[in-house]
Write a protein that binds this ligand. Sequence first.
Ligand SMILES: Nc1ncnc2c1ncn2[C@@H]1O[C@H](COP(=O)(O)OP(=O)(O)OP(=O)(O)O)[C@@H](O)[C@H]1O
Ligand SMILES: [Mg+2]
Length: 455
Amino acid sequence: MATILIAEDRKGMRDMVAKVLTDKGHHVIEAKDGRQALEILEKSSIDLVITDLRMPEIDGMELLKRAKEINPGASVIMVTAYGTIDIAVEAMKRGAVDFMAKPFPISEMEIKVEKALAQQKLAKEKEYLEEELNIEYNFGDMIGPSSKMQEVYKLIRKVAKTDTSVMIRGESGTGKEMAARAIYYNSLRKDNAFIKVSCAVLSEGVLESELFGHEKGAFTSAIEKRTGRFELADKGTLFLDEIGDMGLNTQVKLLRVLQEREFERVGGNETIKVDVRIIAATHKNLEEEIRQGRFREDLYYRLNVVPVFIPPLRERKEDIPYLAKHFLVKYASKTNKKIKELSSNTLEFLMNYNWSGNVRELENAIERAVVLETGDILSSQHLPLGMGTIQETKNIPLTGQNLTRTLEEVERQLIKKALADTDWNQSRAAEALGVNRSSLYYKMLKYDLVKKGLT
Ligand SMILES: Nc1ncnc2c1ncn2[C@@H]1O[C@H](COP(=O)(O)OP(=O)(O)OP(=O)(O)O)[C@@H](O)[C@H]1O
Ligand SMILES: [Mg+2]
């Protein structure tokens, strides 16, 4: 059912059209001239306007123009007198979806109305789909438009709505915890608890009572009963971070909870039933851990129902500018600074760096640079030294190299970078390099870097 506005000054005609469309199940509003039609357009949400061309004061063409301004989503069908085909074409050029020449058979009008409404529906669906696609560009708080991350977002979105266990893998700092939270926020359990447990704790005993709780007196230091994370997460989501670090005894107990959905507190007899969704994460190579006998294969299969892999940052460098900008804005506002962009030099260093610490390392580098920056563009001088230079040594072939000469070349490059980044201010360059000014000057002489511009 659509809401249709009929603008027509001849009552007989208007009533006839209104009756046909009302019978079809549409909500029809009638306007006796252009002015009244405009008032209705301002006030109501109209899907389709059928307007006569010739009306006093505000004619159909003017109404078309104003309707597009007031409600761009509304479709307009222009009704013209027989023989005014040129005007009808003009109306289409100005945004009408169709026209009818009077007199028209009822069936023609019915078809044109349904066609206009169907097209409108399609256009709205397309718009909606495009919006959806835009969401995939970033996902919740996760930034990064690379195709690799879009795959991750898609998988997260799909798996979020289910209750299956998810295993998130990826190097340190890639965003595994963020992904776990994104799954939770998009799940049906989002209104219940999200409880995180880091399995990389000091001892197995501590982790066990953390997970399952303990009864008073279960062990010497158990002076009070403690509710475990499994109980706290009931009806919600439990995030087992660093699962690869979990000891074998705890693995056995965890396996039982996953199989039977029940457990006992440490030192207790009461069996507690829980309904918990598990998301686990690790940066470890679990298959290798299994081979080494440090991780149970059966637990692995229970947890690894849906594996989500977050690729390292160096394999999705397209994300770097977006992430860098995001962190720049975040830390500039945190530190009340007016830094708005990254210098092209900075971006170049960021793009060339290897990021073994992934997004976390990038975030830390930007935070540090923002804190130390005094200008309003983020320069590269406060980036950790070595970015963009030492990396290049990886590409130096090992044979035919002389260690001293190679080191000297690296040293020369670092000094050059420090000087360029500080606009050849020797005190600041020395400070950045962690050497005193006279030793910097000595090295500048040695490497023939005294005069600005020398390479
Ligand atoms: N796609 C991303 N968009 C924005 N911020 C991100 C993204 N990925 C990671 N981060 C940020 O990087 C930091 C590290 O992310 P997170 O803690 O999720 O990584 P992790 O894989 O769990 O790391 P670890 O293995 O060291 O525990 C966090 O501060 C997080 O906010
Ligand atoms: Mg983590």
